[in-house]
Design a protein around this ligand. Structure first.
Ligand SMILES: Nc1ncnc2c1ncn2[C@@H]1O[C@H](COP(=O)(O)OP(=O)(O)OP(=O)(O)O)[C@@H](O)[C@H]1O
Ligand SMILES: [Mg+2]
Length: 222
C-alpha cells in the first residue's frame, strides 16, 4: 500500500525537550484537523512498556551494552508492527518520541557498540522503516541535564526512570556528538532544531519546519 502519512521522530539528549515539544506539536496538528498519533520509545505498546521499565530503572546498572541494545530493539520491533506501521498504512501521521537514531547515539556512540551493528539491529527491528523527518533538538549536556534533574525532582520519578540521567557528563557529550554526526550524514532526513530558549520559542522553530508539510493535507479527523 502506498504510504502517504508522515512518520516524524523526535531525538536528542536527556532533557532537551522532546516530550514537551512532541505534545505541543500533536496539539497543533490536531487543531489543524491533521490526524496524527503521538507515541514513544521505549514503550508505545503493552509489551514495550514492560521492556521500558527494565531499561530505565535506576537499579539496573549491571545491564550489558548488548543486552540494553537488544531490549530497545525488542521494544521497537513490537512498536513498529503493532502501532507505527498500521497507523501509517491507515493514513494517520505518527509522531514518535525517540526511535532508531537513539540506539545509534546511545548504544553506539555512548556505549561503544560499533555503529554498523546498531544499524543492522535497527534494520532487523524496524524492517527498514525510516522516519520521513527527524527533529534533532540540540542542547548542551549541561542544559539538558539541568532541565531533566529539575523535572525529576518535581515529579519524583528518579528511581523509576533515571538510569540514563545518572550517567556522567562525558557519556552525554558522546551521545550528543553521535546525534550530530548522524544529522550530518543524513541531511535530507534530519532537521537540527536549536533547543535553547523557552518552550514556546523552540516550538515555533519546530512548527516552522513541520506545518508546511501538512499545508495541503486533506486528512481530517482526531
Ligand atoms: N525550552 C525549555 N526551557 C526550559 N525548560 C524546558 C524547556 N523544554 C523543556 N523544559 C523542561 O525541561 C524538562 C525536560 O523536558 P522534557 O521532559 O520534554 O525532555 P526530554 O527530551 O523528553 O527528556 P528525556 O530524554 O529525559 O525524556 C521538563 O521539566 C520540561 O518542562
Ligand atoms: Mg521525554
Amino acid at each position: 500500500m502506498k504510504q502517504t502519512a508522515k512518520f516524524i521522530t523526535f531525538e536528542g539528549i536527556e532533557g532537551c525537550g522532546k516530550t514537551t515539544q512532541a505534545k505541543l506539536l500533536i496539539d497543533a496538528l490536531h487543531q489543524r484537523s491533521v490526524s496524527a498519533i503521538l507515541t514513544r520509545e521505549p514503550g508505545g505498546t503493552r509489551i514495550g512498556d514492560q521492556i521500558r521499565k527494565i531499561l530505565l530503572h535506576s537499579e539496573n546498572t549491571d545491564m550489558t551494552p548488548m543486552a540494553e541494545l537488544l531490549l530497545y530493539e525488542a521494544s521497537r520491533a513490537q512498536h513498529v508492527r503493532e502501532l507505527i506501521l498500521p497507523n501509517l498504512q491507515n493514513g494517520i501521521n505518527v509522531l514518535c518520541d525517540r526511535y532508531g537514531d537513539a540506539s545509534i547515539a546511545y548504544q553506539g556512540a555512548g556505549r561503544n557498540i560499533a555503529p554498523d551493528i546498531v544499524k543492522e539491529a535497527n534494520a532487523l527491528a524496524t524492517g527498514g522503516l525510516q522516519p520521513d523527518l527527524t527533529l534533532l533538538i540540540d542542547v548542551t549536556p549541561e542544559q539538558g541535564l539541568a532541565r531533566a534533574r529539575a523535572r525529576n525532582l518535581t515529579f519524583n520519578f528518579a528511581v523509576e526512570e533515571g538510569r540514563f540521567e545518572e550517567e556522567d557528563i562525558r557519556f552525554h557529550r558522546a551521545v550528543r556528538e553521535g546525534y550530530l554526526a548522524l544529522a550530518q550524514s543524513e541531511p535530507a532526513r534530519f532537521c537540527l532544531i536549536d533547543g535553547s530558549g523557552d518552550v514556546e520559542e523552540v516550538q515555533r522553530r519546530i512548527q516552522a519546519v513541520v506545518l508546511p508539510l501538512f499545508e495541503n493535507a486533506e486528512q481530517k479527523g482526531s
